[in-house]
Ligand binder design. Sequence first.
Ligand code: 0X9
Ligand code: ZN
Length: 473
Amino acid sequence: MNMKKLAIALILSGLSVHTLKAGEPKQFNETVTAADSAIGQRQASVTAADSAIGQRPPKADSVTFNQLLGELAAYPVEGIVAPPVPMPDKTTQSAGKAAERYWITVFASDNHERTKLLEAGMDIVEIKSGKVSGFASKRTLDALSEKGFVVESKITMAQYVQQFGKDFPAADSVYHNYNETVELLETLAANNSDIASLFSIGKTIEGRDIWCLRINSNAKGEEASSKPGAVYIGNHHAREHLSNEVPLLFAAWLFDHKGDADVKKYINSLDIYVIPMLNPDGVEYDIKTGRYQWQRKNMRVNADKSIGVDLNRNYDSWWCEAGASHSTWSDTYCGAKAFSEPESQAVKNFMEARKNLKTHISYHSYAGTVLYPWGGTEEDVADPKDKQTFINIATEMGRLTGYHPEKSSDMYVASGDSCDWAYAAGKIFAFTIELEGSGFYPGAAAITKAVTNNVKAAVYLLSVTDNPYKTIK
Ligand code: 0X9
Ligand code: ZN
């Protein structure tokens, strides 16, 4: 547990953002304590379903950032030998041999071919020049050969896991699981109760609450606000654990810097929401054995007993057209209908109820890109002013993160993604940030850099949230 706090302290202590005044890293000497009373919404919404799922998060204890900083430095993140890792749990797969999974590399020259691969059920993970790598079931492999794709290499999941597997609790214990995420959110809300509140935007398919931390100087909980809003969401995809850490630690960073002139201005003038873990069921499944399961989807039990819907194919934007699959066993399964899943439905309700939202980042990993609409079609967004605004903001966030800015569909066309829907339905300037990394499990050492650079981009987004069009010169 301490390791998480240590990681935060390490990261937070070193950050400075270009929009902020340069200065010495802050010292955090104050003792932080849990204040149950300040997080009434959280308390009120804990239900039997929470306890049925697992342990209610322990109460936040006291912590000083300086103390934690020293301890993290002593934490051996390198050189930990991972224990042997098993095949992914069979319950994530549909029954039978057809569901056996492989790590494959296939020749595919452009986004059209990549889109076809997605449609055949391939779960694209890495894009290189002329090739892509990712996961595929036996069934997908058959479909690929029928369509004439050439598979350059193929290894079984067992071999893949041997080669790349890491053990979460030991090597990556600085990452926050669900309870630890909730505990940190509670601590942050409790210790910044003048500007922060915590509420659930809905429950997952297994009944966990999806928590949202709100930062607003005068409105709390679900109370309406007319201030321009920004929302940061992580972990649509379960195994993309870094995508929880980035928004979570961004929130922590904001609180630590709430006295800085620029941050103060944003907190006073904006309505800021952080929903770091949208798919906690999948996250918990991915790590529950102490060994990664490469889980992408949520934990919906489909009619054929296969598990999961791809939440980033379940939004109502060209739902289940290009780059998505109707096959339940596919990693890009779009669900029975648009918004069939409680997690995506919660985001829909959340966004529809907040017409003040202007900007949004959905965090994924690990292509190192800043993506903007459209993703479900190769068309550009029709409004030239909007298009230029998207490009300008993505370019600046790309500069700050070191990531490549591009239109989503240039990577591949994939329908039903959250950012397309947010822009189409709410005119929200919505970006997918694919964090960096050499895999879904980049290790503890990856957190510091990813968070550091992404805090800069996230703060930049705040700086344009009052009027995104001001980025057009
Ligand atoms: O495929 C996705 O949902 C995202 N990539 S990931 O590897 N994290 O799964 C990218 C979504 C970008 N959107 C579109 N291309 N539509
Ligand atoms: Zn993702």
